[in-house]
Write a protein that binds this ligand. Structure first.
Ligand code: GDP
Length: 451
């Protein structure tokens, strides 16, 4: 970490300003070499300076330069941020000059990686930064901010502290068995404490799993026979929400439209193209296709026609989706009822009329209820996020559960010590107290450049 790194931190495109970030021991002197204005090596920390970036005699751009000296900076190193005019040419030219003057181009996420390696943030906070940037709805942002503010790290630290206290008392017993004034650790004594920690950890894992619907898009399939009104319902949902997630990575129109925010969750509609392309008869026919979509989906919306009797295909789709989290919609309620409601599964039915402006509001509510959103939103938003964190917590929990059973079976406490320690270590991996280098590299490489 001795070299000084640089990268463009804003999205590269035409905009009012761009920010180029520099971090490292020589950040200030290297920027000073291409800056015309005050001598930046002599200014106070956390100050902003007006001037120009120059390439020998030529002025490249008019800029504002922020000087932040170690250690109170994002990376804990000297950091300089150059605010230049937001355009591709000036931004790239300034980056090029910095590279020529001796900076190295930062890898994706390298600033945050330095912040972690220098001990400014733990791994959970680092991941939360990435999650704040990529959050697609308000709930996801809130969960990510809780992580960044340290609530989750604290929770994990508390659990670890409890394990450590337990370990310490076991250790004392092993090391100084002759001391009479030390309380002897028996299985009966440690069991309640182990169980308490187990319950807390289990609650964290469980609420985090539920909370995942806030942070990741829910794969949703809208299935039904042709002409029951699937695309009309989808259009209605999209039109009313007007909150289509924007096209970030230049994906196709169809996939963009496939994601929608609905009351705090993001739904990813599987095969939007198939549903919306009303002219493609062949695509629309297959119940086979519906079955495949049902398998892929976490939430299935089965659309039936209120105005027609149930058909063999309807029954097949209902049968195939019966073990899924599903919502049965009866559409076209503006027309006369012909469907045999008594033959439908005994679960809540949602009535819609996709031709009316507010005709699918029922469905929106049903989706929120089905996903238990109301309950989850009452929670404190302190959730583990992402597979890495959740699977480590699960591993820690399963080790702990084994310890609890062994303890109940009367296995001596000193034989439990190793496993309690292993569970404690797994929790430590979540916050990055112990880590493997490759894992850290891989994790930070998922960050954006300049972050
Ligand atoms: P899909 O094939 O399942 O996607 O069905 P569409 O959305 O293309 O709808 C088929 C036909 O039913 C279209 O002519 C729609 O205008 C009509 N339709 C859809 N929903 C309703 C509804 O609630 N009431 C009535 N009367 N017609 C509807």
């Amino acid at each position: 970490m001795k070299d000084t790194i640089t990268a463009i931190s804003t999205a590269l495109g035409v905009g009012a300003i761009s920010i180029i970030r520099v971090s490292g021991r020589e950040a200030i002197t290297l920027v000073n070499q291409i800056f015309k204005g005050k001598d930046l090596t002599k200014v106070e920390s956390h100050t902003i300076h007006y001037g120009h970036i120059v390439d020998r005699d030529e002025t490249i751009d008019e800029v504002l330069v922020t000087i932040m000296k170690s250690p109170k900076t994002f990376t804990m190193e000297d950091v300089v941020e150059i605010n230049c005019h937001g355009g591709i040419a000036p931004t790239k030219k300034i980056l090029e000059l910095l590279l020529l003057s001796g900076c190295r181009l930062a890898e994706p996420g390298e600033f945050t990686k330095r912040a972690f390696l220098n001990g400014r943030i733990d791994l959970v906070k680092a991941e939360s930064i990435m999650n704040v940037i990529s959050s697609e709805n308000e709930n996801a942002r809130r969960v990510a901010m809780k992580g960044l503010e340290g609530y989750l790290s604290n929770k994990i630290q508390q659990l670890r502290q409890k394990m450590l206290t337990l370990l310490a008392s076991i250790e004392v017993n092993i090391d100084y068995p002759e001391y009479e004034d030390i309380e002897v650790m028996t299985n009966e004594k440690i069991l309640p404490e182990l169980k308490n920690i187990g319950i807390e950890l289990e609650n964290l894992v469980k609420s985090s799993e539920d909370g995942q619907i806030l942070t990741s898009a829910i794969k949703t399939a809208i299935v039904g026979r042709p002409n029951v009104g699937k695309s009309s319902i989808l259009n209605r949902l999209l039109r009313e929400e007007r909150a289509i997630v924007t096209d970030i990575e230049g994906t196709t129109r169809d996939t963009v439209e496939g994601k929608m925010n609905l009351g705090g969750v993001t739904l990813e509609i599987i095969d939007t193209a198939g549903i919306r392309n009303t002219t493609d008869i062949v695509e629309k026919i297959g119940v086979e296709k519906a079955k495949k979509e049902i398998e892929e989906a976490s939430l299935v919306i089965v659309v039936l026609n209120y105005h027609e009797q149930l058909t063999k295909e309807d029954r097949e789709i209902l049968e195939k989706s019966k073990n899924k989290v599903r919502i049965i919609v009866l559409n076209k309620t503006d027309l006369e009822r012909k469907i045999e409601i008594e033959q439908l599964p005994k679960e809540e039915l949602v009535y819609t009329n996709a031709t009316a402006i507010a005709g699918v509001e029922n469905l929106e509510l049903a989706i929120q209820n089905k996903l238990n959103l109301g309950e989850i939103e009452k929670g404190d938003y302190t959730y583990l996020s992402g597979t890495r964190q959740i699977s480590l917590a699960k591993e820690a929990l399963s080790i702990l559960n084994e310890v609890i059973s062994s303890c109940q079976e009367g296995i001596p406490v000193d034989m439990l010590e190793l496993d309690i320690h292993a569970s404690w270590e797994k929790l430590g991996e979540i916050i990055g107290e112990s880590y493997r280098e490759e894992l850290i590299d891989q994790l930070f490489s998922q960050f954006c450049l300049g972050k």
